[in-house]
Design a protein around this ligand. Structure first.
Ligand code: GDP
Ligand code: MG
Length: 163
């Protein structure tokens, strides 16, 4: 059966945008509004000769800190159980947060491959924003801009190389 790729990360880092860009179908909800309820969504996607199933683990996301942590822990657990490869998305504009660090610790303890994507690196001037994420201990942070597909080729190369 097809490998499963799970996308995890804080609310508003751009998980659904990335999911939609990879799948080229707008089936996941992208929303600026806080407290929007979103379901976990599965979609088949293709890169090079690989077909895989993606999960947008967004689920129900709230903006207050307690709920963010709770939902991120849940996402990470789902991903670690169900996925073959985990894409951990962080926000290169917001910078490293304690919630990122907590999920990073959980993901360091899985044997599954984890690809670290630093989103919202919209221009080369913002590339320096990726470096602080080395401290998560999840390998090389890959700068991307999901909203205009920058860096998605390199990201997907890393994903399929991990199958
Ligand atoms: P999610 O909550 O993690 O699923 O995040 P969304 O995909 O819903 O995106 C949250 C917000 O970030 C939306 O306003 C998106 O337009 C914005 N966003 C997503 N990707 C990028 C990006 O590459 N650059 C910038 N500047 N904004 C982005
Ligand atoms: Mg989402």
């Amino acid at each position: 059966s097809k490998p499963i790729v799970a996308i995890v990360g804080r609310p508003n880092v751009g998980k659904s945008t990335l999911f939609n860009q990879i799948g080229k179908r707008r089936v996941s909800i992208v929303d600026d509004m806080p407290g929007v309820t979103r379901d976990r969504i599965y979609m088949d996607a293709e890169w090079l000769n690989h077909t895989f199933t993606m999960i947008d683990t967004g689920g129900i996301e709230f903006e207050d800190d307690d709920h963010i942590l709770k939902s991120m822990r849940q996402q990470a657990l789902v991903a670690m159980e169900e996925a073959d490869v985990i894409v951990f998305v962080v926000d290169g504009r917001a910078g490293l947060t304690t919630a990122d660090e907590e999920v990073g610790r959980m993901l360091r303890n899985t044997k599954k491959p984890v690809i670290l994507a630093v989103n919202k690196i919209d221009s080369p001037q913002l590339e320096a924003g990726v470096y602080e994420f080395y401290s998560l201990g999840l390998g090389e942070p890959l700068g991307i801009a999901a909203s205009n597909s920058l860096g998605l080729g390199d990201l997907l190369d890393a994903v399929v190389a991990a199958f």
